[in-house]
Design a protein around this ligand. Structure first.
Ligand code: FAD
Length: 438
């Protein structure tokens, strides 16, 4: 089988690494850019994603670039603090095995690239469209440079602005489901995120006192109900063996959610613009923000949940399927979970690589992926949005901190309700039942 992925971000590369373990599947990754690259700064994952990376044989390489070696002991997910007063105070501590495992994005991608087999990657290949041959169902793909290729399966890993998603939904809409058109374009959440990195030495005072965030991932917020027009929160944690601190400072205008966002989604911005947003916060936060020298400004968009991720021979994966706001640090993890493991195998990879999957049963394999992944990823997408509102005291509990802490905690339940192995087994058994009943 010839499986082709459009897009070589974290989702596309992880799938390619997982699929390349099956000798009867030929994998090709077609990437629009001239090389694999990540923009942005830090990325965090949770134990379920760590489990998958371990089963893919990459734990040792990822350990070397994590904030510290992940060892399974109880760690801090986030220290939630209310910071709209001179003395900020903790209102909730989220702890779990492994805590949150943190990386520099570029280093994260480098490990995936290292594990990619030779000759799989094709650069400067921007996919424009695909068409399906009626004779045997294979797909013809058309690229911007005028070239074409043929494949059995197309996995669109082409990110939040996915062209594969656009074509898939347009074709379904033309076939009678016109309401799908409103799901094509991502929606602005009303939130701007300022991102930056700080060398850790800048956060250690002359008397040796370290900023709290060097050891503890922090989520600090101030109330929407203060006399001001925006809600705000700041996420910070160390990465790269503790040598650098990653900061994401968010400013939300909930009334603008769903409004068109004019201009580029990611730009450089002045440090002054960022500093002004956080003037008057508790000194610990102001100190952190002032150390960011070259911030970037991101307009945070997400997708409305899709009702399907697959059609006959085409699959959406990662942000193409379920781009979500960053409030649960889960978008990349959900892309990787597209490959949950069963022993040494992985849902999309596992169902495609299973001996019962042939060209005639391929449809059931990709349906099994959708059966397991769609409810979970859409749940995390919605939960992430609600979590962001809670962090800014704009959820159902508002500033009732006694209620708010446990409510934030409950939003993380999905991390432990199932394991990647269980999800892999569910997909396999669903697929096998379907095929046996034919
Ligand atoms: C501020 C912020 C913080 C975040 N923090 C976290 C976090 O801590 N943890 C976490 O898990 N997630 C986080 N996320 C989400 C995470 O970054 C994404 O979910 C993840 O990177 C998506 O990976 P992907 O491979 O699906 O898409 P992308 O990384 O967008 O990759 C898509 C690839 O496809 C290529 N491409 C696009 N169009 C075409 C085409 N037509 N033809 C060929 N190639 C194409 C692109 O060049 C790109 O390489 C965060 C997001 C934001 C905005």
């Amino acid at each position: 089988m010839l499986s082709l992925h459009s897009g070589g971000g974290i989702g596309g590369l992880c799938l390619a690494v997982a699929l390349s373990r099956y000798p009867d599947i030929q994998v090709d990754v077609y990437e629009a850019a001239e090389r694999f690259k990540e923009i942005g700064a830090g990325v965090m994952i949770w134990s379920r994603t760590w489990e998958i990376l371990t089963l893919l044989g990459m734990a040792s390489d990822f350990s070397q670039i994590a904030h510290a070696t992940p060892d399974g002991s109880l760690g801090v997910g986030f220290d939630y603090r209310k910071s709209d007063q001179p003395e900020g105070s903790q209102f909730y501590l989220f702890e779990l095995p492994y805590g949150c495992i943190r990386f520099h994005r570029a280093q994260f991608l480098d490990v995936l690239v290292k594990h990619l087999p030779k000759d799989v990657a094709h650069f400067r290949k921007r996919l424009l469209s695909y068409s399906q041959e009626a004779s045997d169902g294979h797909l013809d793909l058309q690229f911007q440079d005028g070239s074409t290729v043929t494949c059995d399966l197309l996995v669109g890993c082409d990110g939040i602005k996915s062209g594969v998603r656009r074509q898939m939904l347009k074709e379904k809409a033309q076939a009678g489901q016109a309401d799908l058109l409103r799901l094509i374009e991502p929606v602005w959440t009303g939130t701007i995120a300022y991102r930056g990195l700080i060398p850790v030495h800048r956060l250690i005072r002359a008397d040796g006192q370290e900023h709290r965030t060097i050891q503890t991932p922090m989520m600090v917020a101030r109330s929407l109900h203060m006399p001001k027009s925006s809600a705000q929160h700041v996420v910070s944690y160390s990465i790269s063996r503790g040598s650098v601190v990653n900061v994401v400072a968010l400013v939300s205008r909930p009334e603008q959610e769903g409004a068109p966002y004019e201009g580029p989604w990611v730009t450089d911005c002045s440090a002054q613009e960022l500093h002004e947003c956080y003037a008057g916060w508790e000194p610990e936060v102001v100190d952190l923000i002032k150390c960011i020298e070259n911030p970037t400004r991101w307009a945070i968009h997400h997708l409305r949940p899709l009702p399907f991720y697959t059609t006959d021979r085409v699959v959406l994966l990662g942000d193409a399927a379920h781009a979500m706001s960053p409030h649960q640090g889960a978008g990349a993890g959900q892309a990787i979970e597209a490959n949950p493991c069963h022993q040494d195998a992985f849902v999309l990879a596992r169902v495609l690589g299973d001996p019962v999957t042939t060209m005639s049963t391929l449809r059931h394999a990709i349906s099994a992926y959708e059966y397991v992944r769609l409810p979970q990823a859409n749940r995390v997408l919605l939960g992430s949005h609600i979590s962001g509102m809670m962090y800014e005291f704009d959820g159902p509990a508002q500033v009732d901190l006694q209620r708010l802490g446990p409510m934030i905690g409950a939003q993380w339940d999905w991390l432990n309700e199932t394991t990647p192995e269980e999800e892999g087994r569910r997909a396999l058994s669903w697929m096998q039942d379907r095929i046996e009943s034919l």
